[in-house]
Design a binder for this molecule. Structure first.
Ligand code: SAM
Length: 267
């Protein structure tokens, strides 16, 4: 009886022989997924997408982890994954429009494959729209799909960074936050999303990318993690001369949206 119980626990927890079998199975699934990835068209054909505002592109790049991860964890639930993807992108673009309605130039910082960028294009049709992302494939996609321009360092009225500082270790986050703020014109503002504050800052190696090793254009995991800042560490990260407020809106239901501006008298 005890032996049967031990075997049952091993089956459930994947230790001993079962652990080895699970590792083999994992590699086999990863290999099949990598092969399949090579045969996907660049943009996915979805069986369903929500109704989108006029002019918003429905194109989703095959390597967009922002779509592939929810699709994977939902077990292939297209409706849920597409609703979350387009819903989150729209939420942040609308918050940007509300915060900086007159912006004539904007930068989608860490814009990835444009979950937000496509809605920025619709909300700010006459603005100069720049994009920056370390992924070459993402940069190319945003340029081709809705005409975002690769950022050349030009100062802007608005920076939008959706779920970027949620992935950078504190030292890198400080440097990238400074880079975003340096990019702002005198009355400019930055919209930055963060996880809700935790009692201590937490850095976890598991990310949506590490869960999907078949996706091309992967970042070095040393530089890309899941990061939850404590309020004290975040406040230390915000450079002197800058201040922020938290909007009532949320990003994807899970992240807070901060508006960072120059402190009074610093313009
Ligand atoms: C979670 S994704 C979010 C993408 C997009 N903003 C969105 O909301 O769909 C994080 C993005 O940050 C980019 N990234 C990683 N390191 C970065 C860095 N040091 N500076 C700017 N972007 C970075 C990644 O390539 C990735 O596209």
């Amino acid at each position: 009886m005890l032996k049967r119980l031990q075997r049952w626990i091993q089956d459930k927890s994947g230790i001993g022989e079962n652990r080895d079998a699970l590792a083999v199975l994992r590699r086999r699934v990863d290999a099949l997924a990598a092969l399949q990835q090579q045969h996907l068209p660049e943009t996915l054909s979805l069986p369903w997408i929500p109704e989108l505002p006029e002019g918003v592109s429905p194109a989703i790049h095959r390597a967009d982890a922002m779509f592939r991860f929810p699709l994977s964890v939902s077990g292939g639930d297209w409706v849920r994954a597409a609703s979350e993807y387009f819903g989150a992108g729209r939420e942040l673009a609308l918050a940007a429009k509300k915060s900086a309605p007159m912006a004539q130039s904007l930068l989608d910082f860490g814009g990835g494959y444009g979950r937000v960028g496509r809605f920025l294009a619709a909300e700010f049709p006459t603005a100069e729209r720049w994009v920056y992302d370390p992924k070459a494939g993402a940069m190319a996609f945003q340029q081709n799909a809705w005409g975002a321009r690769p950022w050349n360092g030009t100062p802007v009225d608005l920076v939008v960074a959706g779920s970027v500082l949620t992935h950078l270790r504190p030292r890198d986050a400080a440097a990238e936050l400074q880079r975003m703020l340096d990019a702002l014109r005198p009355n400019g503002l930055a919209l930055i999303t963060l996880h809700d504050a935790t009692p201590e800052t937490q850095v976890h190696s598991a990310t949506e990318e590490s869960a999907l090793p078949e996706l091309e254009d992967q970042l070095n995991p040393e530089n890309y993690a899941s990061v939850y800042f404590s309020a004290a560490d975040w406040n230390r990260l915000v450079p002197a001369g800058w201040t922020y407020r938290v909007l009532p809106e949320r990003f994807g239901g899970t992240q807070q949206i901060l508006v960072v501006t120059r402190a009074e008298g610093e313009a």
